[in-house]
Design a protein around this ligand. Structure first.
Ligand SMILES: Cc1ncc(C[n+]2csc(CCOP(=O)(O)OP(=O)(O)O)c2C)c(N)n1
Ligand code: SF4
Ligand SMILES: [Mg+2]
Length: 301
């Protein structure tokens, strides 16, 4: 999409520092009071500003859910896809337009439940994208059903007597698949989260940042935990930072310690690098790699 002018940016920034990054005509947003998703958006927009990336080369892709609404609110090339399919959509986008910074921004249910297969295979292939997963331990948008992240024995609308299914330890899941950058923060860690987004924006490969954030209306209410504010207080008292810790150690128990930090930061050849090197070797001069700016639109001879 076209860049906004400096004058427009200044006027919007007077309304709110991240207004230039948002589609203000879509406000007010749908999120409940004290929901954590907006805070994560603020951190991402601030990181984009600090990173100095060309906004014409940034795309945000979301699936379905409360977090899935993020793409629709961001004033970037943004795609609101179907449930669980943000990652495969983003994969196509990245392979077709390798110069784009592709960010997937979606919920725990969307990315690790219905979209779980895409999550693991995209990590395995080391496709170049940043995945921001907002984990509120529940399916927020559809009424608080159990998610693959709901801790034992938290209550959800489909587990009124408490959850008994073991949840995913997401950083460990993606680390085992091969993710090159893996971090976890809560929505209380504004500065650290922003710094982590900025750092991950400048890395390549499959980067994954989990953000623990309050669902005040469903998770907090069904579990009698107060409001989003009380969950933020809980994060304050129970989050511990352990950079580089073995990801096997970072599973989350109900109302237990939340281990945060940067767990993995390494460089490995991406899918496109592996593919280009392979075909160059096998096909020699016959191989024509995808130009950075994409290969679909070509001038007629
Ligand atoms: C194919 C399909 N199945 C189910 C749904 C219903 N649905 C919409 S959002 C959602 C859960 C989203 O949960 P999560 O990704 O955790 O997002 P949150 O709302 O918690 O941010 C479900 C089950 C759907 N839209 N499409
Ligand atoms: S239902 Fe939960 S996740 Fe959805 S907007 Fe409300 S507080 Fe946020
Ligand atoms: Mg959720």
């Amino acid at each position: 999409m076209s860049k906004i002018t400096t004058d427009e940016t200044e006027i919007l920034a007077q309304q709110h520092p991240i207004a230039p990054y948002l589609r203000m005509d879509r406000m007010p947003h749908i999120w409940c009071p004290t929901c954590g998703i907006g805070t994560v958006v603020k951190c991402y927009a601030t990181a984009l500003e600090q990173s100095g990336v060309d906004l014409d080369k940034v795309a945000v892709v979301s699936g379905i859910g409360c977090t899935g609404r993020v793409a629709g609110y961001m004033k970037l090339d943004a795609f609101h896809t179907t449930h669980g399919r943000a990652i495969p959509f983003a994969t196509g986008l990245k392979l077709g337009r390798p110069e784009m910074l592709v960010t997937v921004f979606s919920g725990d249910g969307d990315l690790a439940g219905i979209g779980g297969n895409h999550l693991i295979h995209t990590g395995r292939r080391n496709i170049d994208m940043l995945v921001i997963l907002v984990n509120n331990f529940i399916y927020g948008m559809t009424g608080g059903q159990n998610a693959p992240t709901t801790p034992i024995p938290a209550r959800s609308s489909t587990m009124p007597y408490g959850n008994f299914e073991p949840p995913f330890n997401l950083p460990h899941l993606v680390a085992s698949c091969g993710a090159t950058y893996v971090a976890r923060w809560t929505s209380l860690h504004i500065r650290r989260l922003t710094k982590s987004f900025n750092e991950a924006i400048h890395r390549k490969g499959f980067r994954f940042i989990e953000v623990i954030a309050p669902c005040s209306t469903l998770y907090a209410r069904l579990n009698k935990l107060g409001t989003g504010f009380h969950l933020m207080q809980f994060y304050h008292d129970h989050a511990e930072i352990h950079h580089g810790i073995d990801t096997r150690e970072v599973g989350i128990g109900y109302q237990d310690t939340i281990i945060c930090g940067k767990f993995i930061d390494e460089e490995k050849p991406t899918f496109l690098e592996l593919m280009n090197n392979h075909y160059r070797k096998v096909l020699g001069d016959k191989f024509v790699p995808m130009p950075l700016e994409g290969g679909m639109i070509r001038e007629q001879d």
